[in-house]
Design a protein around this ligand. Sequence first.
Ligand SMILES: [Zn+2]
Length: 129
Amino acid sequence: MANQRVWTKEEILKMWPQAKGELQGFQRHLERNAGITASQLGMALQLADEEFSRLKGSPNPYQDLIDKVCSALKEDFVRFITTGEGTNVYLSHVDHCPKCQRSIEEVIKRQATAFENLARSLRDKSSRK
Ligand SMILES: [Zn+2]
């Protein structure tokens, strides 16, 4: 691609709201003319918009759970949420701490729900051709 550049966070924050509107117009145009491409663009738009919200500093969806785990565990807990990996200290603590266990169960539940919602919206999109 000729025009490949890396955008800074500031540029994205400034330009995304307008870019999103233009992309949505493009999406509607595609939807009238070519089904599958518009669905893919819709997905990309959704992901980009979520990333935009994240960049803008919207709160972590698990912040309430992060607040609830033992303070010594917070950093490990965040790593566990994002990578699924837990250190030995973390795992042996969680084994004996009902409070931290409850937070982890809630994270897993929310991730499963988010995944189901995504799967459902992908299904809806592909059956709407
Ligand atoms: Zn704990």
